[in-house]
Ligand binder design. Structure first.
Ligand SMILES: Cc1ncc(C[n+]2csc(CCOP(=O)(O)OP(=O)(O)O)c2C)c(N)n1
Ligand code: SF4
Ligand SMILES: [Mg+2]
Length: 342
């Protein structure tokens, strides 16, 4: 297995082989004020559990900053620092570079210390995209950027972001009598963008906390591979998506089973699908998107026409993309390909 180096020290985080092998220690505990059923909080807990105690967590502004640092309380057991909304990439790179310099100069013992910067979809896929992109070009520094995607600027009351799904009701896109759908842009394909556009980044993955062991193992893989790495996590958010908190886990599963959010990793340019996404790629029928959408109040205004459009767009990503669910370049049939060669 490839290993991450820290000065003279190296690190191999073996995958947890089943739920019973997961360590009991917690590094994100009580003391937060996230909503009941908040999957992003679960992502924080699993992320740092997978990484272990020698980890520094950096977090950009958003629910996972604000709700986790209420005055005089915090759930973080490991060192933690807030960073500006668009700066998760810069914070990751600067911290990794600082640690490396201190170890090189002998001012710190050379040992594996994980640097993980998290950001929301607003902070990561919109405002901080440039800084993350820059970080993913610096192969000499070890860091993981984890984008927790609750599909809105949740902390400031559910404004739409570049990762809000088509047609969703947010405070910036309330459905009305004149315009039923205000938000008509399709969600950015952020993991595909990171994987396809950053040749120095050796590891990009998508995760969902409904599949907790798989999620933790992808974090462990990223921290073992080293260099700059990126993980995109889809996190059901009861407040922003408007559903009963008890459905968080099920909605995570449905996002995968409908093919809306594929689970995969790209390691050294090789795509590997996981779990039910793998089954879909191998021919298992996808559940209709309506089973996922209609469980959420943010899509309650959808008509049959809207559902059909959503379904068609998801079908395209499986039937027409060159690498299904990952890279949105269209497949060319042989005739088109021949024309292209001329
Ligand atoms: C530069 C800047 N602009 C606006 C804000 C106000 N603000 C704080 S948190 C937040 C929402 C962030 O959304 P996201 O990154 O998706 O995280 P979430 O709140 O959804 O967890 C905004 C707009 C800010 N802190 N900094
Ligand atoms: S608004 Fe959503 S992301 Fe924020 S704490 Fe509540 S459930 Fe979690
Ligand atoms: Mg968000």
């Amino acid at each position: 297995m490839a290993e991450t180096t820290f000065g003279n020290a190296t690190q191999v985080l073996e995958p947890f082989r089943g739920i019973k092998k997961v360590t009991l220690e917690e590094y994100f505990t009580s003391g937060h004020r996230t909503c009941q059923g908040c999957e992003s909080a679960l992502v924080m807990k699993l992320m740092v559990k997978a990484a272990g105690p020698r980890t520094i967590v950096l977090g950009s502004t958003g629910c996972m900053y604000v709700a986790n640092t209420t005055y005089y309380t915090t759930p973080w057991v490991v060192p933690w620092m807030h960073t500006q909304l668009g700066s998760s990439g810069s914070a990751a790179l600067g911290t990794a570079a600082g640690l490396k310099a201190l170890m090189r100069k002998g001012k710190m013992k050379a040992e594996p210390i994980n640097v993980i910067a998290f950001c929301g979809d607003g902070g990561g896929a919109d405002m901080g995209l440039g800084a993350i992109s820059a970080t993913l070009t610096h192969k000499e520094y070890n860091s993981l950027i984890l984008l927790y995607d609750n599909e809105s600027y949740a902390n400031t009351d559910i404004q739409l972001s570049g990762l809000t799904p088509y047609g969703a009701h947010t405070t910036f896109s309330p459905p009305g009598k004149v315009h039923r759908l205000i938000h008509k842009r399709w969600k950015k394909n952020v993991a595909g963008l990171m994987a396809a556009g950053h040749p120095e980044c050796r590891y990009v993955a998508t995760v969902c906390a409904s599949y907790a062991v798989e999620m933790m193992n992808k974090v462990r893989r990223a921290l073992t591979i080293g260099g700059p790495t990126f993980i995109h996590s889809l996190d059901p958010c009861p407040k922003g998506w408007d559903y009963d908190p008890m459905l968080s886990h099920e909605l995570g599963e449905l996002a995968i089973e409908t093919g809306i959010f594929p689970l995969y990793e790209v390691e050294d340019g090789v795509v590997k699908y996981y779990g039910k996404t793998k089954a879909i790629v191998e021919g298992r029928p996808r559940k209709p998107v309506r089973e996922y959408l209609l469980k959420q109040g943010r899509f309650a205004h959808f008509t049959e026409e809207d559902l059909a459009y959503f379904q068609e767009k998801v079908d395209q990503q499986w039937d027409q993309w060159e690498i299904p669910g990952v890279v949105p370049f269209r497949k060319l049939d042989a005739a088109q390909a021949a024309l292209n060669v001329k």
